[in-house]
Write a protein that binds this ligand. Structure first.
Ligand SMILES: [Zn+2]
Ligand SMILES: [Zn+2]
Length: 181
């Protein structure tokens, strides 16, 4: 049974809270159905959602939390990127909207559902994917690798370039020597 598929008639009029934890391996398996680089999930996915029906619509809000293991785009170190995202979506029955309204639905954070159940996974999945940057950085000021010796500059500086000084500065010094005094 898929815990993220909720039968609409099971949602009480006063709404309900959904609190779930899904194992990292299961999240990873679900995400692996997507195209592109597979994501490595480093922590269980915690889902906490409030489902509130208004007529045939279901207002869904809450948050999700997990962590994704990424390689830093600068220093190549592996690190865990925390994912902590808010969720807000309104599920609307597709019978209620014409095809031409689909764009509008997207703009309003609406997710269309057909039949008797809503599927929360696509909404959760989208938040996870949006939370992972294309070029992840282990930290904002990551110093990256030295292009000469390959040393990770976050772990200390290397001696490359130190003996000759900054090439720009050397040029300035040479120029200064030529200036009339
Ligand atoms: Zn880094
Ligand atoms: Zn170096």
């Amino acid at each position: 049974m898929d815990q993220l598929k909720i039968r609409v008639e099971d949602i009480p009029e006063q709404g309900m809270t959904l609190a779930l934890e899904i194992a990292a391996e299961e999240v990873e398996a679900r995400l692996s159905e997507l195209e592109g680089e597979p994501l490595s999930v480093a922590a269980p996915l915690t889902i906490r959602l409030q489902l509130a029906p208004t007529g045939a619509r279901i207002v869904t809000r809450g948050s999700i939390r997990t962590a994704i293991r990424s390689g830093c785009a600068r220093c190549l170190d592996e690190f865990e990127q925390p994912v902590n995202e808010a969720v807000f979506t309104v599920f609307a029955p597709d019978s209620e909207l014409d095809r031409r309204d689909e764009r509008e639905a997207e703009a309003l954070n609406q997710e269309l559902y057909s039949g008797e159940e809503i599927d929360l996974w696509p909404v959760v999945q989208e938040q996870i994917i949006l939370a992972v940057p294309i070029k992840p950085l282990c930290r904002e000021d990551c110093q990256g690798l030295c292009p000469d010796c390959g040393r990770n500059r976050n772990q200390g500086s290397c001696d490359c370039g130190r003996t000759t000084g900054h090439p720009g500065l050397a040029g300035l010094e040479a120029l200064r020597d030529k200036l009339p005094r």
